[in-house]
Design a protein around this ligand. Structure first.
Ligand code: GLV
Ligand code: MN
Ligand code: MN
Length: 423
């Protein structure tokens, strides 16, 4: 693809938008932190609404907090095309994860208008509510609700302070009951969903490729393990006669890591939190909570993880005289992209002369849940040094512009493509 003055202008415009929204952040936290339910997120969402209106979209917010901008098509009866991503960030996160897919979609609208292109179908641009995983252990709140997958039990989940998810919705001004009643499928048939996102890993940069077309998205199993030992005097209880919950948890951290290292294809396993109830430095720890997650695009391997880890962790813990209680939850199953959407994006990239490769996604996305409503696909652009979920997260604005061109042209192609079945 040659670099025209249009592409340079688009890169500058996208860069300015990314910089503007990144000003909405929690000043007391590192990086560009915009947690779901935070004041910074509340304010940035108003900015997004204005930005959507400036792009000429009809904007509404659904019961689950998703901001939806509509560009009407020429046939009001044709199922709509949907694109978008999210604008919340992880604690200590960066400026591109999610944001690129929302601002990129708005730039696609601009490119359609400036090119005088009318789509047959309505184009819905969505800023999905609260995509990042949160203390409730549930990612993709908005797209999950749109897919009818958010449950009343989910609203009862509590964070570290005992506040429920339902209470957090209420405090943020959203009716928790409405989030359960925001299933899009009740109202609309959708033609396809396409999400532009940064890769968040090193593959594209290492291969020197500007574009990845996603083959599938990793499933995620989350574990809360509670280790119960016996409190005792740390100065007197002999080392051979202890039930130390911290030691059993430490063995479990290493077992989780070994599990990830043993994955046959892309698989990873991470422990993100260890909390001990013991406040005193001179008491043998008796209650420790461990939060871990295991991900893979290999559904068979992932389905065996609970059994393998339980056996390993229980074996080690009983050796230390410690009991373990496991609570597993599936954040999402492995999801494959729709071959028709994938191939349309690939054809567009070839026509544009943009080199690409098929890539799996180890990160999760709103696309996982949209795949239950429509054929789904994703386009990735490179991440500098593969870094993401950290302040160093970076993608050159020219690469963002290339991704937006691919997004725009793939939406135009999908508008005219017959797709059968879901992802
Ligand atoms: C979201 O970015 C996730 O992969 O957890
Ligand atoms: Mn994301
Ligand atoms: Mn993320």
């Amino acid at each position: 693809m040659h670099t025209s003055s249009h592409t340079i202008e688009a890169a500058e415009r996208l860069g300015a938008g990314i910089t503007e929204i990144s000003d909405y952040r929690e000043a007391s936290r590192p990086g560009w932190t915009r947690d779901v339910f935070s004041e910074a997120y509340r304010e940035s969402r108003q900015w997004t609404v204005h930005r959507m209106k400036d792009a000429g979209l009809e904007v509404h917010t659904d019961g689950a907090g998703n901001i939806v901008g509509r560009l009407p098509g020429t046939n009001p009866n044709a199922p709509a095309l949907v694109t978008g991503s999210h604008t919340d960030t992880v604690d200590g996160g960066g400026r591109f994860d999610g944001i690129v897919g929302v601002l990129g979609a708005l730039d696609a609208v601009r490119q359609l208008r400036e090119g005088g292109t009318s789509l047959t179908r309505d184009l819905l641009v969505v800023d999905f509510f609260g995509e990042e995983s949160n203390p409730y252990g549930l990612s993709c709140l908005g797209s999950r609700a749109a897919a009818g997958e958010l449950t009343a039990q989910d609203l009862d989940r509590t964070d570290y302070r005992g506040v429920t998810l339902g209470e957090s919705y209420s405090r943020f001004g959203l009716d928790p009951a409405a989030t359960l009643n925001s299933h899009w499928a009740r109202r609309t048939g959708l033609h396809a969903f396409l999400e532009l996102h940064i890769e968040q890993g090193p593959t594209l940069e290492q291969r020197g490729l500007p574009l990845g077309i996603v083959t599938g998205i990793a499933g995620i199993q989350r574990l809360l393990a509670v280790f119960t030992g016996s409190p005792d005097h740390a100065g007197t209880r002999p080392m051979t006669d202890r039930a130390d919950a911290m030691v059993a948890a430490a063995e479990a951290v290493l077992a989780v890591r070994r599990e990830g290292c043993g994955a046959p294809t892309h698989g990873v396993a991470t422990t993100t939190r260890l909390e001990s109830e013991s406040r005193s430095p001179n008491v043998v720890p008796s209650l420790v909570r461990m939060t871990s997650e295991v991900r893979s695009v290999d559904a068979d391997w992932l389905s065996g993880v609970k059994g393998r880890l339980a056996q390993e962790i229980l074996g080690q813990a009983s050796h230390h005289g410690v009991d373990v209680d496991f609570t597993w939850s599936t954040d999402n199953e492995v999801v494959h992209t729709h071959p028709g959407v994938h191939d349309t994006a690939a054809r567009v990239a070839d026509t544009l002369g943009v080199p690409w490769m098929p890539v799996p996604s180890g990160a999760t996305h709103d696309a996982v849940h949209m795949a239950t409503l429509a054929p789904m696909g994703m386009i990735f652009i490179p991440s500098k040094a593969g870094k993401s979920h950290c302040p160093e997260e970076w993608t050159d604005f020219a690469d963002v512009a290339t991704g937006v061109t691919a997004l725009t042209q793939t939406l135009i192609a999908l508008d005219q493509t017959t797709l059968t079945g879901h992802s």
